[in-house]
Design a protein around this ligand. Sequence first.
Ligand code: ATP
Length: 865
Amino acid sequence: MKNYFNKTSNELFNEFNTSNDGLDSSSLDSLRNKHGFNELIESERKSLIVIFLEQFKDFIVGVLLAASIVSFAVGNKESTIVILIVLIVNALLGTIQHVKAEASLKSLKALSAPNSKVIRNGVKIEIPSKEVLPGDIVLLEAGDFVAADGRVIENFSLQVNESSLTGESLNIDKHSEVITDEDIPLADRKNMVFSGSLVTYGRATVLITGTGMDTEIGKIAQLLKNTQEKKTPLQISLDDFGKKLTIGILAICLVIFLVDIYRGLPIIDSLMFSVALAVAAVPEALSSIVTIVLALGTQKMAHEGAIVKKLKSVESLGSVSIICSDKTGTLTQNKMKVKELYIDNSTLKSNELNLSNDLHSFFLNSLTLCNDSSIKSGNEIGDPTEIALVKLASEYSKTEEEIRDSYKRLSEIPFDSDRKLMSTTHKFNSSYRLITKGAVDVLLNRINHIETSEGLRDLTPEDRTIIETANENFSKRGLRVLALVYKNLPAETDISLKDEFDYTFVGLVAMIDPPREESAKAVEDCKAAGIKPVMITGDHKITASAIAKEIGILQNDSEAIEGIEIDKISDEQLKELVPKISVYARVTPEHKIRIVRAWQDLGMIVAMTGDGVNDAPALKQADIGIAMGITGTEVSKDASSMILTDDNFATIVKAIANGRNIYANIKNSIKFLLSGNTAGILSVLYSSVMGLPLPFEPVHLLFINLVTDSLPAIAIGVDKPKGDLLKEKPRKANASILTKDFMKSILSEGVLITIATMIAYYIGLNTGDRHLASTLAFSTLCLARLFHSFNCRGKESILKIGLFTNQYIWYAILTGLALLLAILFITPLSSLFLVSTITLTNLAQIFGLALAPTILIQCYRIIKN
Ligand code: ATP
């Protein structure tokens, strides 16, 4: 049996029942049934049981288990049962949270899954790569991921990087010829492309021969490893904090225990104190709440056009201090339209060409010939710059087919943003011509002749100055300018970069690409938020500066430089320069990396946009690499940590505001949980020092920490932004969340709740009923911590923040209250939770005391502000 690389395209067309027009839609269903989706099957997912059991691996859980054993040993069986139940409930919650966070990440992944361009029924369409089938005709171009294995049937300088499959890091040239050798290694199958490789240059048409597990990468049977999300820096530092806290508390427990024994107290009592203290201190819910809040945050951001691929990035987003953005399409609308032309020494409006003039006619035709875009039944495919040129031809009633059929393309050198040129060759009557379009400044040095109405002649220095002035005049108005040049070739030869010299000048095209309406406001917001917006563009310096001025990025022309100038200076010098520059023009992707590094060396957190295949390294280098969802290449999407579904600069600013809000909310949740825990710890310590009996059973503290405190903590985590998030300076990336001020307010608010709890305890003790006293202390602590959620929504008073601006807090408090009342008044529960019956007067006392700390804190804030 022959291999696909041994077969001709026609043999393959027959074998796969397809043609140059691609698969017929009638065959899709049966092919799908036969071959399934183009996916690698993931290794077995962890079962729910495993995830559930994993929840018990936690250090904190270990402490609690020890506590339950101690409880059992001292004969407190109820406590043991409840601790175990609570641990199981906790593990169940952990499992649900794990599964949910995974589902949320999976849905984000699906949103950022790659697409492929295929021809079906003769029409070029874009489909999710997952839907590619054997027999599909796929169009590949630089920046694409190869979605499945296929045989190259038409090749235009295609180069592919196959390192994911073969480990070979060099780019490989492909061709479309039949290979006759039968047994050759993968790396030598130069007329095949393989799933998972990436197109670095050129383009090709490929007939898909294998999908999913039938591809070479699938055959290696490398079942996809379940990629686990790593913990975010915040989670790591919280875990670390939790561990230190636990160890500290264990040490205190030991001391209390030893002192009590020395004082001659019964061992059982001191043991129970230690257990209660440990349980009170451990912030069981902290880590999961951070994950839940981050996961909910990413969902919201996805709705608003920013797909964040890693939870970690949400945190970094909040501290972004520099946004390096492309111009075209991100700050501008990318709706190019040709405005004016320059030809034969005169500037014309776009509708003033005279097609009976051969020069004008050649100019217009060439703009469509040296061009890969196409407009079919209103469907625009390709680069907007090129689409504008096809549209220009259609305004003169010339269709792209008509022009392209008359002068067939023989070979090409595709556009790339390093060279800033594109070239094609065609046959014109008896001569062969190389037509090139591209950046004026790049081409100007390569022109030796000029076409005028009097015919072809040598280019004079005056001509050069006139062209330069025309270019400058267009650019000053923010127009994007391309030059069109050509040269005659001696014969039909394959062209290479060496041929892009010694040209004849034909004309200039100037097109308008207005800024997006929202850009100016977003730039203003950035500046108010202490974030520096920087424009990095491949376009001309004058064009870029004109647009940058219009939207407020640039005030003074001295803030703009060109990529070439960066080449001349060292990294050290660049570091000194970057704070003074707002516009980088004519840059290549290598410049982008140096600019990012320079800012990072200055301690800044940098967000950078990119869309091309060469942008991937800069996107990876940036703290937040941002890819364009609409115009970006698959490679840039893969390398980025965030994808904009609308390609819009304003969406980046919105995402940063969201990042800041999420971080602020997490900080508030942490404050809520830790100040509550502090109150628990202080109450136990106080009773121990004062020689009072233990105020709470361990189950009481567990109930509060794990049940009633979790809901408000999440509700605080999803709070809406308060005040203007974009009025503050960015947070320092390495700033610890647990600052002195933060700890001080946790402690002071914790003390207030402790006082209320202890008053309730004394009221109970005065009746002589120890159980009642414990019930009152527990209920007051529980309720005071619920009310305390109002204090943790920000630094302002709740009247200013708005009592009803977060309905979830109310639901959380009411749920917590209902659970507390259930424990207090439903008999089987009250005996399980070791609470005694209380009177209505007691209930009023509990409410009054629980409200007091919140009222005091609120009054203090009103007076202070
Ligand atoms: P940005 O980097 O902000 O997206 P850009 O789109 O202008 O800006 P590139 O696409 O790298 O950046 O283009 C750089 C220059 O190359 C342009 O200013 C233009 O002169 C030239 N150019 C752009 N597109 C083409 C094309 N399709 N064919 C030939 N030259 C082009």
